[in-house]
Design a protein around this ligand. Structure first.
Ligand code: PLP
Length: 388
């Protein structure tokens, strides 16, 4: 008999669409991939060099379970400088990508009888990991009319005695929405009445903002002792395949997070950590160059989508996703996802891949060249002919 909770684990549609797009490409079809959320840029040269150098210098062995000291020190220094505060190094954990922090948090704060609040639509791993832990995922809706920002009042209204954790994500996957600091402040003020609830802030896109300065929950001293931060190198430095991410834990849970990490992955690829160290301590021009390119493409994709009859699209505030509303086309998101890939040669994702409130939307990643984004949008113009 297998673990009953296995049936609660779900997956990421992005990976199955990536596989199918690959198959179609192999069979000779011209596919434009706006499906997966990874920068199309190569990892900057000085970072790659640092990884190679580390391998040549003998970084072949295990390293400390929480990460090499120099990297945790660099993270502490960087976040303190950028956000005015970062907990001590002893509370920083380096993980294989940012994703494990979600699973580890679900294992620590989940379990049968507990409830965990999370956005919907959202990164599908939140619900999957929480459900697997035995806890109940409870959703708060991100609405298009609020720019896909969360509503502090809605979150606060869903808190119960058994709520242990609230998951927040801004800039947001899949909508590109950014929650304004005023709403974050309102939530934090409301949480003063709930001192036992921990706040999980997924800030993997913190530096990919287009019209507002980067913002972190680290800047709120009143929640410092009950805050988990997820961040990492994947999106900021085009390093998705290196698998280096980080979690910052409350003092009370770092020991559990470390034990879970040791049970699962022992430590992170040592050479990749040296590459991440070069990324954090090196020249940040590459980050700004990529941010500017993503902003330009976000405008390009949203303006093109707005120009298609029957499609509406909010201008993304950050991350690299556009989340157009296709309700007027009168077709389900999933049917459209399949049709777009198989017939139009455009890989995008159904909004429902991110939760039930994603029905009526599609997610397109702007992590592709301007020319290919334009070509994909040209192909999408046929949509109104087909459905209206
Ligand atoms: N959190 C969000 C919101 C994401 O979109 C992603 C990746 O797509 C992650 C976390 C995980 O990032 P990583 O590739 O570093 O594991």
């Amino acid at each position: 008999m297998l673990n009953k909770n296995l049936s609660k684990l779900s997956t990421e549609t992005a990976f199955s669409v990536l596989d199918r797009a690959g198959e179609l490409q192999k069979s000779g079809k011209n596919i434009i991939n706006l499906g997966i959320g990874q920068p199309d840029f190569s990892t900057p040269e000085h970072i790659v060099e640092a990884g190679i150098r580390a391998l040549r210098d003998g970084a072949h062995g295990y390293s400390p379970s929480l990460g090499i000291h120099a990297l945790r020190e660099a993270v502490q220094d960087d976040l303190s400088k950028r956000y005015g505060y970062c907990p001590p190094i002893s509370q920083i954990q380096i993980t294989p990508g940012g994703k494990p922090i979600i699973f580890i948090a679900a294992m620590i704060y989940g379990g049968r009888g507990n409830e965990i609040l999370m956005p919907n639509p959202s990164f599908p791993i939140y619900e999957s990991a929480v459900a697997f832990s035995g806890a109940k995922p409870v959703f708060y809706q991100l609405k298009e009319e609020s720019g896909f920002a969360f509503s502090a009042d809605e979150i606060l209204s869903k808190i119960k005695n058994n709520t242990t954790l609230i998951i927040l994500n801004t800039p947001h996957n899949p909508t590109g929405g950014v929650t304004p600091p005023a709403e974050i402040k309102k939530l934090i003020a409301g949480l003063a009445k709930h001192p036992n609830i921990t706040i999980f802030s997924d800030e993997i896109y913190d530096r990919l903002v287009f019209n507002t300065p980067p913002h972190s929950l680290l800047s709120y001293p009143e929640i410092q002792d009950r805050l988990i931060i997820l961040n990492g190198w994947s999106k900021t430095y085009a390093m998705t395949g290196w698998r280096v991410g980080l979690g910052i834990w409350p003092k009370s849970s770092i020991e559990h997070a470390d034990k879970l990490g040791i049970n699962y992955h022992s430590c992170v690829n040592t050479a990749a950590q040296f590459a991440a160290l070069a990324a954090t301590t090196g020249d940040q021009t590459c980050v700004e160059e990529m941010r500017v390119a993503f902003k330009r493409r976000a405008i390009l994709i949203a303006e093109n989508l707005i120009g298609i009859k029957g499609v509406e699209c909010q201008m993304p505030g950050g991350a690299f996703y556009a989340f157009p509303n296709i309700k007027k086309l009168g077709v389900s998101s999933e049917i459209l996802q399949v049709r777009l890939l198989e017939e139009f040669g455009v890989a995008g994702l159904a909004g429902t891949a991110f939760g039930t409130y994603g029905e009526g939307y599609l997610r397109f990643s702007s992590a592709n060249s301007d020319a290919l984004i334009q070509e994909a949008c040209n192909r999408l113009r046929k949509l109104s002919l087909l459905y209206l």
